[in-house]
Design a protein around this ligand. Structure first.
Ligand code: 0FX
Length: 242
């Protein structure tokens, strides 16, 4: 029996993973799901109510190394310490195509910087979104996409990869791809910088549209400008002609 610890902070992907695990029906795999202490939608999931389901990887390094055969991070808000990634195979499901889209909110920067975008499953090393790649897949990116449109496509791609490579991941039989260099890395700070629009900045219509659709993501209030000491948020609606 292989003991697998999945640390997941994304509710949509949790439901999809559960479905795949059921479909695969591998009774030699024992999954334990935990999440981070930061509050996300997953906290309200019935599977996690009344359960001791929070884990802080830094506080439980030795216990994790001792008790599990594999760790999977799925949109997990914690940084995995070197001690863990050096001593237990640790895999990350990342909403970007490595090494092109390392870091935070990859689809936002893919729109703004005209980069390809997709999903990656990779082994973790001590750098963020950096280790050997197990599998990756690009998704379509259209000129009328907002951040949310691409994000939804990427999340589906993640699970398509998880389904296809399921046995290879758990049997450790995949061939690793060495990332082609460092690629790009974007931080949360880069995202916040994008959010504030300077009304005196010169840009082409193309750049403005791209920036605004990159910051349009459902209900989130991202892009804003300041006028008379007031913050004014804006989103973009794009409607392609049928
Ligand atoms: O869980 P996640 O989809 O992923 C993020 C990072 O992109 C990923 O690289 C990291 N491994 C993971 C731990 O966190 O993030 P989220 O659910 O907070 O956000 C999902 C999308 O929502 C994001 O890609 C852009 C959008 N968003 C999110 C926030 C918090 C916004 O547009 N504005 C926001 O303020």
């Amino acid at each position: 029996m292989k003991n697998i610890l999945v640390i997941i902070d994304n509710r949509v992907q949790y439901d999809r993973m559960q479905k795949i695990i059921l479909q695969k029906n591998r009774n030699d795999l024992n999954f334990e799901f935990k999440h981070s202490s930061i509050k996300t939608a997953i906290w309200d999931h019935e599977d996690f109510l009344n359960k001791d389901s929070i884990i802080n990887v830094n506080d439980h390094k030795e216990e994790i190394i001792k008790n599990y055969d594999l760790v999977i991070s799925v949109h997990c808000y914690q940084f995995f310490p070197k001690r863990i990634v050096d001593n237990i195979r640790s895999i990350n499901i990342h909403p970007g195509y490595n090494p092109i889209n390392r870091g935070w909110y990859p689809q936002v920067f893919a729109i703004v910087n005209n980069l390809e975008i997709g999903a990656t499953i990779h082994e973790m090393d001590e750098k963020l979104d950096n280790g050997p790649i197990i599998c990756r897949m690009l998704v379509e990116k259209y000129p009328w996409d907002t951040s949310l449109d691409i994000y939804n496509r990427v999340l589906e791609a993640e699970m398509q990869l998880f389904y296809t490579y399921f046995d290879q991941i758990f049997d450790n039989t995949y061939e690793k791809i060495v990332p082609e260099g460092r690629g790009n890395f974007y931080s949360k700070k880069d995202f916040y910088k994008l959010c504030e629009i300077n009304l005196n900045e010169n840009a082409t219509y193309g750049q403005v549209i791209n920036r605004l659709r990159a910051l349009t993501h459902g209900e989130y209030q991202n892009a804003f400008f300041q006028e008379d000491g007031k913050k004014i948020f804006l989103n973009l609606t794009l409607t392609p002609d049928e």
